[in-house]
Design a protein around this ligand. Structure first.
Ligand code: GLY
Length: 455
C-alpha cells in the first residue's frame, strides 16, 4: 500500500523527518507544513511543501489532510502542540505522532512541568514560580547570593532560559522576561545545578518514542546551545551536537530510565494525559558522592533540532511502521535498531544570529551542492530559499551538515571538511568550530593514555 505522510515543521528537524519517512517502503509521498525549499534533496520520492501555511493553522492543516488523503501526520513543532493540532487531528480520526495539548503541557508550560515533576519525585533543580517581576525580586532578595537560571514558562523558541551568575544578575534577567511577552509573564527562578564538590554538571539529551503507556529509547545527544566557541555568547536553538554522548555510561543511563523516563511516562498516564509521540529529555549529569546523578533541565514535546539530525539517520527501523505503532497506541511489536555510528552535526547560521541577522537575508550561499557530495556527510536544510538552482539565506539557522564516523573525532572531521566548502556572500556564514569538544577531548585523552601504556 502506498501512503502519504505529512510532517509539520520547517527546519532541519523537518528535513530529516521527510528524509526518513521517504525511506519507508510504505510511503510514496511526503508533505511538509511549511517545509522548506531544499527538503527534497535527500530523496527521489515526491515531496510537497506548503510555505504559506503556518504550523499553528489547525484548520488549513486539517484541510490538507483531507484533500491529500494523508495517512499519518508527524507534528515536530512545539507551537503546533500548544495550538491543539494533535487534538484536532485525533478528533478527525487521522493517525498522528505527537502529544495532545494536555500531554504537551510538559513543554509549553514550564511552571506546570516543574510542579508535575515534584508530584512524581522526578529529580530537578529547586525552583520558584513567579507571576510578576516584583515577586521575583522579593524571592531573590530572600536568598543567599548564588548563580541562577531565569526561565520563561511559555514557548520562546528555545531561547527563554537566561543564566545569571549571582543575585544581582538574576534581578536584571527577571527584567528581561518582558522581551518574551506572553511567554515570559510567568517565569521560573531555578538554582543552577552543580555537583556536591561544586563541579559543573554536563548536559545531555535523551529521546524516546512513547505510545502513551510504554516507551522505547531511540538515542541520546549532546547539544551546544551558546552561539560561540567555548560555550560563550547568547543561547540559540542549538549550534550543533554529537551522538552518542560519552557521559551517558551504563550506570547513569539506568538512573535516567528509572528516576526520570519511567516516572514521566507513568505520571502523565496516571494524570490522564497519556503521552504519544517523541519526548525529549534535556538532562544534566551532576556529581554527587562521586557518582553521576541525572537531573531534568527541561522536557520538550518533540524532537530536538539539530539533535534529530544526528539521531534519526542512525535509526534502522522503518519510521512509518514506528509512527503507525505510536498512533495506534502500541509500540510493543517494534524492536528499535540503531546503527551504532557516531554523528556530529554543525549548524550553518547567518552572521548575527541569534541577534540581528537581517542584512544577511537574501545573500547567496555557495558550495552546498559540492559539500553534499562529500563522503560520509548529509545536509539538512532550514532557512534557505532556492531560485534557479541557486541558494539564498532566509533565516537564522540556515542548514545543518552531519558527518558520520566510528567516533566523534572522525564524524566531526567529516562535517567540518564539508563545512569548509560552504560560504555566504560577504563572509556572512557563522558556525562554531568546536562542536563535540567534550567527547573529542575524552577520546584524545583515552588515545594518549593507551599510547603511553603501550610504551
Ligand atoms: N536543540 C535544542 C532544541 O531543539 O530545543
Amino acid at each position: 500500500m502506498r501512503n502519504t505522510v505529512l510532517v509539520v515543521d520547517g527546519g532541519g528537524r523537518g528535513a530529516v523527518l521527510v528524509d526518513k519517512y521517504a525511506q519507508s517502503e510504505h510511503v510514496d509521498r511526503v508533505l511538509a507544513v511549511p517545509g522548506n525549499d531544499l527538503m527534497k534533496i535527500n530523496t527521489d520520492k515526491s515531496v510537497i511543501t506548503y510555505p504559506k501555511v503556518k504550523t499553528t493553522s489547525v484548520r488549513e492543516i486539517l484541510e490538507i489532510c483531507v484533500q491529500e488523503k494523508v495517512n499519518l501526520v508527524d507534528v515536530a513543532q512545539d507551537n503546533a502542540v500548544e495550538a491543539g493540532l494533535l487534538d484536532a487531528l485525533v478528533e478527525k480520526g487521522i493517525p498522528t505522532v505527537g502529544p495532545t495539548k494536555k500531554a504537551g503541557q510538559i513543554e509549553w508550560d514550564k511552571a506546570w512541568a516543574r510542579e508535575f515533576g515534584e508530584r512524581h519525585d522526578i529529580p530537578q533543580p529547586c525552583f520558584k514560580v513567579c507571576s510578576s517581576p516584583q515577586e521575583g525580586f522579593d524571592y531573590i532578595e530572600s536568598q543567599p547570593n548564588q548563580p541562577w537560571f531565569i526561565k520563561a514558562s511559555g514557548l520562546a523558541e528555545g531561547k527563554g532560559a537566561l543564566p545569571a551568575k549571582n543575585n544581582e544578575e538574576a534581578k536584571q534577567q527577571i527584567k528581561e522576561m518582558a522581551r518574551f511577552k506572553k511567554a515570559g509573564e510567568v517565569f521560573l527562578i531555578e538554582q543552577w545545578l552543580r555537583g556536591d564538590d561544586d563541579s559543573a554538571g554536563e548536559e545531555f539529551s535523551s529521546y524516546i518514542f512513547s505510545d502513551g503507556k510504554n516507551y522505547k529509547i531511540v538515542g541520546h545527544a549532546q547539544d551546544h546551545k551558546r552561539v560561540n566557541n567555548f560555550d560563550v555568547g547568547e543561547n540559540t536553538g542549538g549550534m550543533g551536537c554529537s551522538t552518542p554522548p560519552l557521559v551517558l555510561e551504563e550506570e547513569l543511563l539506568t538512573k535516567v530510565e528509572r528516576t526520570i523516563l519511567d516516572r514521566v511516562i507513568n505520571g502523565l498516564h496516571q494524570e490522564g494525559r497519556p503521552y504519544k509521540g517523541v519526548l525529549y529529555l534535556g538532562g544534566m549529569a551532576v556529581k554527587e558522592k562521586s557518582e553521576q546523578v541525572p537531573y531534568v533541565v527541561e522536557f520538550n514535546a518533540r524532537w530536538g533540532d539539530p539533535e534529530a539530525e544526528v539521531i534519526l539517520p542512525g535509526l534502522e527501523n522503518d519510521l512509518f511502521e514506528v509512527g503507525m505503532a505510536i498512533a495506534e497506541g502500541d509500540l510493543s511489536s517494534i524492536q528499535l535498531k540503531t546503527d551504532s555510528r557516531a554523528r556530529v552535526v554543525i549548524a550553518g547560521a547567518s552572521k548575527g544570529y541569534p541577534g540581528n541577522y537581517q542584512n544577511v537575508k537574501g545573500k547567496q550561499i555557495f558550495g552546498l551542492n559540492e559539500a553534499r557530495k562529500y563522503p560520509g556527510v548529509k545536509i539538512y536544510s532550514a532557512g534557505i530559499n532556492e531560485q534557479g538552482g541557486r541558494h539564498f539565506a532566509n533565516g537564522g539557522r540556515l542548514f545543518y551538515i552531519v558527518g558520520e564516523g566510528n567516533n566523534a573525532i572522525e564524524a566531526r572531521q567529516k562535517a567540518y571538511e564539508a563545512m569548509s566548502m560552504v560560504s555566504i556572500d560577504g563572509n556572512n556564514l557563522h558556525y562554531r568550530t568546536d562542536i563535540g569538544w567534550r567527547d573529542v577531548q575524552r577520546l584524545r585523552l583515552q588515545q594518549a593514555l593507551s599510547l603511553s601504556s603501550a610504551r
